[in-house]
Design a protein around this ligand. Sequence first.
Ligand code: GDP
Ligand code: MG
Length: 371
Amino acid sequence: GFLITISELANRMSVKKNKVVEIITQLELNNISNDILDQETAQLISEEMGYKVILHLDNKTEFLLLKNRNINHIQKILPRAPIVTIMGHVDHGKTSLLDKICSTKVVNQEFGGITQHIGAYSVFTKNGKIIFIDTPGHSAFTAMRARGAQITDIIILVIAVDDGVMPQTIEAIKHAFLAKVPIIVAINKIDKSENNINHIKKDLLKYEIISEDFGGETMFIPVSAKTGKGLKNLLQAILLQAEMLELKSDYEGMATGVVIESFLDKGYGPTVSIIILEGCLKKGDVCICGMEYGKIRVIHNENRQEITKASPSMPVLIYGLSGLPRTGEKLIVVKNEKKAREVSIYRKFKLREKEFLSKKQKNIENLFQNL
Ligand code: GDP
Ligand code: MG
């Protein structure tokens, strides 16, 4: 392998040196000295930054050719399905709404979902597919944001018509604003009454959620999770919003994704459900995922059928990671298994060090308290 300076690496990617340093810190590779990177480290960093690395042998010298994954000629940019999170105050009907959307298949052939639990559901409508994230809204959203992950394209804000705007409604609005994710308001429980809808619209004005009939851009869809009324309109609204967002991803490059859930399966070992953000995830790919790494042995779709490839917005289960990454952890495919292992070990070490230090700190505090 060869050596390259941080500045030179930044140059070849046409990014600022700071950006590279940021990634080095993020990857916790702070054991780098003298600004000089070895080949594997340089490769890891550039891959993390979304570059495709091509090694060239030229006059017996190895060169690192970097290509932005996003401008690669083999790239295939195509629309992808919107990823939706349902949020709102407790008991306003989040779970009921998702259940109804996913089970309506039986009642109404026009759309239907799949009910295998992997933390996300695909719902097929005749106008396109929608992915619903089914993790307890707020906590998962916070966990994702804490790790810099963003997988939600649209937030459905559920408000029960008979209860109106409540504390967790406002909290959800804050989440949406911080993450810059558009909101569609679903006024639920309209089987009880429809009287309060205008009042809710007025209430939301002070949070800058302005309905279309008030001159704003937010869609308000009256629904009933109980009777199913309005659900078709809600799905329509989601697809309309998605169209405006022009959601697109590369379907060919090395994949990136975000962890929704992870658990230990008796037969398969560490099992991780992820949503693909970019690229094509293939069986046999090596990836880093938080503190874990591994070669993907098996990919399952949400029906638990084995597949060999997964494309953007698809929720899949993967097997083969060294352990259980946390919700919101990023998955990135890399070429180099050895480096993936090193990063994993290093990240684990760093975490243990942090835990040890905070424990030590607590012990000292306790000691003083007991004096
Ligand atoms: P979550 O806490 O937001 O997930 O709310 P749930 O889905 O658990 O619903 C809370 C309660 O409201 C349950 O008793 C539901 O049966 C009821 N509920 C949900 N949606 C509707 C609806 O559209 N109409 C009526 N009448 N009740 C509903
Ligand atoms: Mg619920």
